[in-house]
Design a protein around this ligand. Structure first.
Ligand code: UGA
Length: 470
């Protein structure tokens, strides 16, 4: 099928590359000329596993890029809208880009088309898109509007797309649903997974995935509610972690116990410094705004957000307790991205923490395997950027782990010990276990577990009273 994808951000670019991988002819449209030129020249603008492979495989063949929306719409049977929906001051999603794309699409409708909303949008957006297209004189029998939310995670976007837990299609009639069924058929009938060159299956994802057809409103709500639930799960375990610290329990053990109940599940249950990124913070605010507009005060979401902010403050208190005064202290920071596996620093708790520690007079040497360049744009010369974790740690008063990169979970601890001025590790992602850190001689603070202080340094560590409420 010929498909147009409007917007070449995370969702648009990954969707476009993956549709081409499924065998469709795809044209990705963007009005950012610099971005287009870079994509046409073979550059990959985001750090995403398997994306370079897919772009190499299909660029110039089944995957092309254009700045011209109307011809792309004319040639395509399905048009996916994947433009940005940034938050307004009030936390609502700004839908002006979606509206302007819908307006342009209407002028190019020359046969039956399915216009698919793929950006994360509030409920009723598909209905608004339909009205905009109608108002601009497109004949009603020549188009339908569907909602096909995306559940991909940054860093795993390609595999999440090709090996989804489910595909949700919001369509208000069978003709429209049939087009989306055809697009995803290589996944739902398992054909794609039998191809020798298919992107390898990650972990234990059930294949083939199921495709769930709902109304457009339900599909739109599924997306917001899914993200809100995942954020709630993270805030819940962060709140449990705080209780664990107060009573001397180990949150890892508690997670194992709770997560083994199949009704609850162990995934997305890692406590830390709170969630960040371009999705959860924005989507929670947008979902709360949608609910409020419909007459429901979704107070649970307020609490989820409050706990998330508090989690960063708790971590800062932990740093203060471990080091006493902060002015002039040299800190090594591992991780700047909002999570491991990505170069994205949007709403990154790590960036927030670094900025706060700088304000408190700390000197910081930071290292991130992918987000360093983006972080430099925000932090400038206020931070020393190191070539690796060990260089960052050289002469530091403490090591802070802020992003859950795999390489930070596999440090050469002996070497790390020798680099630091004081062997103090404050781990915001619980990548290590306290006992082995103590064996290596580290004083180790983490989230939801008691601080571990090696016997011989106990007197030099912070007084128990200050640690207790950290
Ligand atoms: C999230 C959802 O997971 C995707 O399903 C969704 O499609 C996407 O938003 C979106 O709406 O586009 P993403 O923002 O890429 O994906 O990142 P996640 O892997 O969900 O992580 C979000 C944040 O939560 C990160 O800061 C991460 O460190 C944190 N997190 C995650 C935890 O603190 N604990 C966990 O157990 C899991």
């Amino acid at each position: 099928m010929r498909i147009a994808v409007v917007g070449s951000g995370y969702v648009g670019l990954v969707a476009g590359a993956c549709f081409a991988e499924l065998g469709h002819d795809v044209i990705v449209v963007d009005n950012d000329e610099q971005k287009l030129a870079a994509l046409q020249a073979g550059q990959v603008p985001i750090h995403e596993n398997f994306l370079p492979e897919l772009l190499n495989r299909h660029r110039g063949k089944r995957l092309t890029f254009s700045g011209d929306l109307q011809p792309a719409v004319k040639e395509s049977s399905a048009i996916f809208i994947a433009v940005g929906t940034p938050p307004t001051e009030q936390g609502e999603a700004d839908l002006s880009y979606v509206e302007s794309v819908a307006r342009s699409i209407s002028a190019a409708i020359n046969g039956y088309k399915v216009v698919v909303e793929k950006s994360t949008v509030p409920v009723y957006t598909s209905e608004w898109v339909r009205r905009v297209i109608l108002r601009n004189a497109a004949p009603p029998d020549l188009f339908d509007v569907a909602s096909n939310p995306e559940f991909l995670r940054e860093g795993n976007a390609v595999t999440d797309f090709l090996y989804p837990d489910r595909i949700v299609v919001g369509a208000n009639n069978e003709r429209c649903a049939a087009v989306l069924r055809e697009i995803y058929a290589p996944l739902t009938d398992g054909r794609y997974y039998r191809r020798p060159e298919a992107i390898p299956q990650p972990g234990q994802v059930p294949i083939p995935p199921k495709l769930i057809v709902t109304s457009t409103q339900s599909a739109e709500l599924i997306k917001h509610a899914s993200n809100a639930f995942l954020a709630m799960k993270i805030s819940f375990i962060n709140a449990v972690a705080s209780v664990c610290e107060a009573v001397g329990a180990d949150v890892k053990q508690v997670c194992q116990g709770i997560g083994s109940d199949s009704r609850i599940g162990a995934r997305f249950f890692n406590p830390g410094i709170g969630y960040g990124g371009s999705c959860f913070p924005k989507d929670l605010k947008a979902f709360r705004a949608v609910a409020r507009e419909c007459g429901y005060e979704f107070r649970l979401l307020d609490e989820v957000m409050r706990i998330n902010e508090e989690q960063r403050e708790r971590f800062l208190r932990k740093v203060r307790s471990a080091l006493w005064t902060l002015r002039g202290k040299r800190l090594a920071v591992l991780g700047l991205a909002f999570k491991g596996g990505t170069d994205d620093i949007r709403e990154s708790p790590a960036i927030f923490l670094v900025e706060t520690l700088l304000q408190e007079g700390c000197r910081i040497a930071a290292y991130d395997p992918a987000a360093q360049e983006r972080a430099r744009e925000v932090l400038g010369s206020s931070v020393d950027f190191a070539a690796d974790a060990y260089e960052a740690a050289r002469g530091a008063d403490a090591l802070l782990i802020l992003t859950e990169w795999d390489e930070f979970a596999n440090l050469d601890l002996k070497r790390m010990y020798s680099q630091l001025k004081y062997p103090v590790v404050i781990d915001g992602r619980n990548l290590y276990d306290g006992e082995s850190m103590a064996e290596f001689g580290f004083t180790y603070y983490s989230v939801g577990r008691s601080a571990v202080i090696p016997e011989h340094t106990r007197d030099a560590a912070a007084p128990a009273r200050t640690l207790k409420n950290s």
